[in-house]
Ligand binder design. Structure first.
Ligand SMILES: Cc1cc2nc3c(=O)[nH]c(=O)nc-3n(C[C@H](O)[C@H](O)[C@H](O)COP(=O)(O)OP(=O)(O)OC[C@H]3O[C@@H](n4cnc5c(N)ncnc54)[C@H](O)[C@@H]3O)c2cc1C
Length: 347
């Protein structure tokens, strides 16, 4: 029987962040993952501590950001891949009123480190922004596809990755451990993203899921190095390619791209740019969202079964700090904040 400290199920950003925390603390672990990731890989990879619709701060945004940047820097160094891009976000302002709202917000204590006080004039004729842009400071993006692929390779080389669908029926719960297919582990961490609804140990009542789609366009005349935020995000990918979206849907949890989403994105895109473009792809994923929009960490009936889920729309920003909270809860008996503790949904 192989013995480890942790089994992790799922290798999206939640699973990766927890692996990194375990590695830092010299714990042994193995990961089970299907090998098909739909949320982290599909994501825009953007981390941003501001709600750009209303110009408000994200809940604990500055704390999350403080951990996220060094986390991605370290992981880039460890895996020897360039993951982190210091791409600014330019929020398209729609009127004089919005310019004023931006200036008021940028003066607020919680937002001033993140919002530039200057309105940037638009001199790019391919972008429709007559009232200019507000620039978000202290934000950026990672390349999620590169991250998943490099982290899988790294675990594979260390014999720590098993590419298969975890079969919940085969999990044996002992008093102080769990056993799964010849592996005995002190604890198991479920980090399956939106697929957690298939986990019989997980209470699904408060989990809602939210499908998102992007179109991928090639637009040689757009020439934007910044991430543009208007009715949707236009996220530069290099070589004149941009990810454009995303949509939000609670009706369909398939991972298929839809005509409806494409039409919605195209109509919003045309409000933002005036140059020619070609749609070269369309991708979809399901965000692991919870009714009260907060993460789900910790355990329920079984002490050795932990959950790392509910990362919603901001997993890239939040996962690094959340993984430390979960680790401290599991190993040091530290309390989780009630807002993120899965026990809040215990009957
Ligand atoms: C269109 C879209 C755009 C987004 N943009 C952003 C963004 O710009 N910034 C941001 O911060 N967030 C963004 N998000 C949200 C972000 O993608 C999620 O918060 C985050 O990726 C969730 O990560 P996760 O690890 O919980 O789940 P996932 O990334 O879904 O990973 C779960 C993993 O578990 C595996 N798995 C599931 N069940 C099993 C099983 N039984 N056995 C083995 N393996 C299993 C899956 O194969 C998968 O690899 C976006 C999401 C979408 C859909």
């Amino acid at each position: 029987m192989k013995e480890v400290d942790y089994i992790i199920v799922g290798l999206g950003i939640a699973g990766i962040a927890f692996c990194k925390t375990l590695r830092k603390n010299k714990k042994n672990f193995v990961v089970y993952d299907t090998g098909i990731n739909h949320s982290t890989v599909v994501s825009g990879g953007v981390f941003n501590p501001v709600v750009l619709k209303r110009f408000t701060a994200v809940w604990k945004g500055s704390e999350f950001l403080e951990k996220a940047i060094p986390f991605y820097e370290e992981i880039s160094k460890q895996l020897k891949v360039d993951l982190l891009e210091n791409t600014p976000i330019y929020r398209v302002l729609n009127s004089i009123e919005e310019q004023n709202d931006w200036m008021v917000a940028s003066d607020k204590k919680a937002l001033s480190p993140f919002l530039s006080t200057e309105i940037i004039k638009n001199d790019n004729t391919a972008i429709k922004a007559p009232y200019g842009f507000g620039k978000v400071l202290e934000c950026g993006k990672i390349n999620p596809t590169k991250l998943i692929s490099a982290y899988r390779d790294y675990l594979q080389k260390n014999n720590q990755l098993i590419t298969e669908t975890f079969d919940y029926k085969q999990l044996q719960l002992e008093t102080d451990s769990v056993i799964y297919k010849g592996v005995s582990s002190t604890k198991i961490v479920f980090a399956e993203g939106a697929s957690v609804v298939q986990n019989p140990f997980f209470p699904t009542d408060n989990f809602v899921g939210n499908k998102g789609e992007y179109i991928i366009i090639k637009a040689p005349k757009l020439q934007s190095e910044a991430i543009l935020k208007g009715p949707l995000f236009i996220i530069p990918q290099g070589d004149d390619i941009y990810k454009v979206g995303a949509t939000y849907s609670r009706d369909d949890f398939s991972k298929d791209a839809t005509d409806e989403a494409r039409k919605t994105i195209v109509s919003k895109l045309e409000k933002m740019i005036s140059c020619d473009y070609e749609i070269i792809d369309q991708i979809a994923g399901v965000r692991p969202t919870v009714k009260d929009r907060k993460p789900l960490l910790g355990n329920l009936e079984h002490e050795n079964l932990l959950f790392f889920n509910g990362l919603g729309t901001r997993g890239i920003l939040m996962a690094p700090l959340l993984s430390e909270w979960l680790y401290d809860f599991s190993e040091k008996n530290e309390n989780l904040l009630s807002e993120v503790n899965i026990a809040r949904f215990k009957n």
